[in-house]
Every structure is written in C-alpha cells, then in structure tokens.
Design a protein. Sequence first.
Length: 364
Amino acid sequence: MRAICTLQRALCCTRNLINVVANIPGKPAGSIHIAMGSKAIICSSLLLLFATTAYSVDVDNKECHYCNLLVQTFKAGVKKTEKQHFAGGNTDWEERNLGRFATSETRLVEIMEYICKKKYLENSDEFVGVKDIEFKCQGLAEEHEELVEEWYYKKQDSDPNMFSWLCVDQLASCCPTGHYGPKCDQCPGVAKSKTACYGRGKCHGDGSRKGKGKCKCDKGYVGVMCSNCDAHYFAKSLTETSIECVECFDGCASGCTAEGAKGCRACRSGYIMDAELGCKDLDECLEEDKCLGENEICKNSVGSYSCECAPGYKKNKEDDCELDVEATTSFPSTNDTESRDTVSTASDATEAAIAESTITNDEL
C-alpha cells in the first residue's frame, strides 16, 4: 500500500497510510521499516534545514504571522517525526534503509498532522492575540500546498531556511529580521551595528512588509538609530557597533560622566557638592528659615524636605497646625531633645483639653 496524498488532503490524513514491512533481511524479526522511495537523507540532518527564529512584528501584519506559524509548526512536525521510526541497534542499517524516510511522502503526511497547531510549539507567545490564526494558517497551507511540497522535495538543500524561502521570497508576507516595508528596506542601525536600532530600540515594522522603519528607542537612548545617550545618562561603553547607556545619580544636574554621586557635573536642588563624596543630600532642616509655622516641624528627606505638624497636632482647612484633641496621649519616643519637648507640650495640652471638657460636663 503506497501513501498517495496531496498536501491539502494531508491535513486530514492519518497514519493508516503507512506501509509497515516486518522481517527485513539483515534486520532482526519484528523490526519496523517504512517502505518508501525518495531521495535519501538521514533524518537528523533535516533539522538543520530550519535556520529561522521567531519573528516579532510590531505592526498589524497578520499574513506574516500566518506564514510564520506554518513554518514553526512544520518544524515541530519535523522534530516529532525525526526518530520515531528508528528501531535502534544497527546504525548502518538505519542509515541505509530509514534515511529515505527523511524526505518521503509518508513523512510529509505525518508532519502535516502538526501543521498550524499552536499546541505543538514549545513557545507560542508570539502568536497570542492574532485572531483565527490557526484557521488562517491552514487556509494558507492549502492555498500554497505546491510551494510547501516544492520546498520539501526540491529546495531543502539549496534553500535550507524554509521561512526565508517561503514567507519572504515566495509569498512576500514577511521581511528578514532588521528589515521592513514592501521592499524590505534595512532598519536604521543595521548597516553599522548589524542589528536594528543598535539593539537599543525597536524598528517599526521590523520583519514585516509594513511599517515606517523608525526606531522607538529604549529608555535612556535617543537618536535616529538609538545610538546616543539621553540627557540624564552617560555612555558606559561605546564602540562603532554598540553603545551602553547608564542612568546618572539622582542628585546630578546637567548630566554626568560616570556612575554614582562622584560622577555628577553639578548638583541639583536639594544636594550639595562635596569634594570627596560628590553630590550629597542637603539637610534643609538645619537652616533657620524652614518650617516656621506654629506647632510645625521640619522633616528632611533625600534631596528635599517637608513641613509637618508636630506630634499631637493636625492640619486644619487653613493648612495651619491645630491641636488634635482626638490624638492619643502616647507618642513615639525620639532622641531629639527639641522633638521630645514638643511631644511633651502637645501631650500636656491634649490632657488639659480633655480635663476642661470633663469639668464642663460635670457642671452641666
């Protein structure tokens, strides 16, 4: 029985088409062999025919996703069928007799059982959100079955990259990585760094037949090719083909030349330049003109400060600090003498207010 099945029909074929021949001369009884005639290629070598990787397309280019899914699942089918017909033991026999299975019609039928089905992929994240992708992929496979068969039987040796041959050259659905648009023009940065946008951003339409080819730079990078550092960053490493930008210390003003506080060219407000340490925090609360409101205290923070009500007081509608009669009479301890005095005064005032309220109620 010989398997006769076109690619379109192969989508619903089963392994009942396999002709199993037992007791092959020179092979122990019960050994399994697939009787097929086609050019002989060792199964394991077929995996080398797929050099493509997953393509990320940041524009609405569904046709490229459909074709890419076809190729990726075809590749999965190749892996699944790679060694399943090898009985093991006699390597020389396997190479002479089972090597034909690598590009046989029967193997193509088996591979097509995996076509366009995401569940057979190790990682299908790139296809998330593409509506009806499996259905569209199957339609693409049926429409272009002759091309898939042509690559499988005739083009594997001369054009081992199925994605490039089918999706880029034949169907013109996609572009190679680092290229975009109808003519697959190079993205900015590819000519110099070999990667789009110097590897520091995304090229609009990369890998698709659409897009404008403009770089959207990662944080910290600017320029047409994302080959420069933003204002608050400096180039930690820089070559003709690459750049690495690192963010300046938070206290820096006007950029920096190195990491940390000592790399600042100048200090921003809230910091002061120290000869040994570079930009260090300025404690504004040590200045006499800070937080002068009644019952108000100064609280320092890195690069700034704030004015808050002393313990036992709270802000009113006029943003003044008034006695909080509902506050507890117990306050957190502190090592600061002035704060302790403030806490004690506020506590006494709260107790006095409560006592006055009690006397008034007794009189009533």
